[in-house]
Design a protein around this ligand. Structure first.
Ligand SMILES: [Zn+2]
Length: 264
């Protein structure tokens, strides 16, 4: 499996950046993990958006799904998706309609979002939408996906990816407060992508995110082979975050950068 970071920003984009979006490729199969604001543009830099087999979402926060809107417009209105020939494009009988593997309740949330301007069925028409449950184990080509609920401000699922081609196991922690769920779910994975949103723990209200130190500690508790910090702003010091996480992990840690590639 090959992972490419498309966007790693938290809920507001880095300069020239994008929110959560990760491209996972294996033996000709292409999967997009989350599709936050800015991700569609980055996706186009690395692959043909009509060739994506599936998009899988961890949760229904804006920074993890908003670019489904432009992606849906592209699948619906792009000249290459039309049945009749137009300049440069020969016309197509069966336009691309990637799978959209989304959390429970996603159909209704999408309708409310795009329904705000009267396009209620935009996303469900553009994609082959399926809602998963925690026990679902969807298969996309050689890739097997598993889910595990983690504590966050809304229903959220960590996800793991394994390939029948015999590569390693990738775990994506999604967004979460400190918890044992993600460490158990990620046990002994080869690469753990874990959020490191906060410069310090939340001072009020419920917790919903991790600091880099906590991210490192979770990686150590999981026994992860490698640790990749994600969901981190360019307004935090990358070297500080890396050192904090490395101290918690007990070994070297990488901080996600757009375009970074990881073979698993
Ligand atoms: Zn979130």
């Amino acid at each position: 499996m090959r992972l490419t970071v498309l966007g790693k920003s938290p809920s507001w984009q880095d300069a020239d950046g994008a929110c959560s979006g990760y491209l996972l490729e294996d033996d000709g199969t292409t999967l997009l993990i989350d599709c936050g604001n800015g991700v569609f543009s980055k996706l186009r830099r690395y692959c043909d958006y009509t060739a994506v087999d599936a998009v899988v979402l961890s949760h229904l926060h804006a920074d993890h799904f908003l670019d489904l809107v432009p992606y849906s417009y592209a699948l619906t209105y792009a000249p290459r998706q039309q049945p009749v020939p137009v300049d440069r494009w020969p016309g197509i009988d069966s336009p691309a309609r990637p799978r959209l593997i989304a959390p429970p309740g996603a159909t209704e949330v999408f309708r409310r979002v795009v329904g705000a301007w009267g396009n209620d069925d935009l996303i469900e028409n553009a994609f082959e939408l399926e809602e998963y449950e925690e026990s679902s184990r969807p298969q996309v080509g050689p890739l097997q996906i598993a889910f595990h609920a983690v504590p966050h401000f809304t229903e959220t699922f960590a996800m793991s990816f394994e390939s029948s081609n015999g590569s390693g196991r990738l775990t994506y922690g999604a967004d979460s407060s400190p918890n044992d769920e993600v460490t158990e779910f990620a046990r002994d994975c080869d690469l753990l992508m874990i959020e490191a949103t906060l410069p310090r723990p939340e001072r009020t209200g419920m917790r919903g995110h991790l600091t880099p130190r906590e991210a490192g500690e979770h990686g150590r508790a999981a026994g992860a082979g490698r640790l990749l910090l994600i969901h981190i702003s360019d307004e935090l010091d990358e070297l500080w975050a890396r050192d904090e996480a490395a101290a918690g992990f007990g070994g070297p840690v990488e901080v996600a950068r757009e375009g970074a590639v990881f073979d698993i």
